[in-house]
Design a protein. Sequence first.
Length: 193
Amino acid sequence: MKYSIIASENFQPVRWSGGTTTELFIYPPTADYKERNFQFRLSTATVETEKSDFTRLSGISRKLRVLEGEVTLIHDDHDSRQLNKFDADEFEGDCETSSIGKCIDFNLMTTGETKGEITGIVVENEKHFDCNIKENCDWVFIYIFSGKISIDLKDDIITIVKGDLLILNKPTTGNLEIKGLEDCELVFSEVTL
């Protein structure tokens, strides 16, 4: 199983109207968020203002999971949803979306036929957790929001820490055994092209 780790110090946050955003991964690697020519993009965002408006992204499906804080998302001025820690919402990018509240969130954006899921997971210190990888999944990502874990990749046992992103391309179907080396919170993402 091919894997790579991007360490937290390699990520560069950039300002947006409501706070900061940090691109974690974009595919294909030659894609540019500003050009909107990606198949998928993973990012985190910090919402620092009490009320903010999301950038409209026509043709892009969005999934968002709150990692810290709480926020109410309002779509097209009528559909609202209160999100607390680890709650999620999904919506089309061409919706007019605004938020009330402050939070840190994790985002998956997809285009075309690309599909993906994001799941929030808590692993306690010295406890084990098995993540099941779906069949025909092209990519698996594990983002460490807090703490430290080890993962058994059959040929290798690796350690990843707060702010790191583990990337598995063409993962083997089955379970990933995760062990908490500290109490930790992570986001498990699967993407199918």
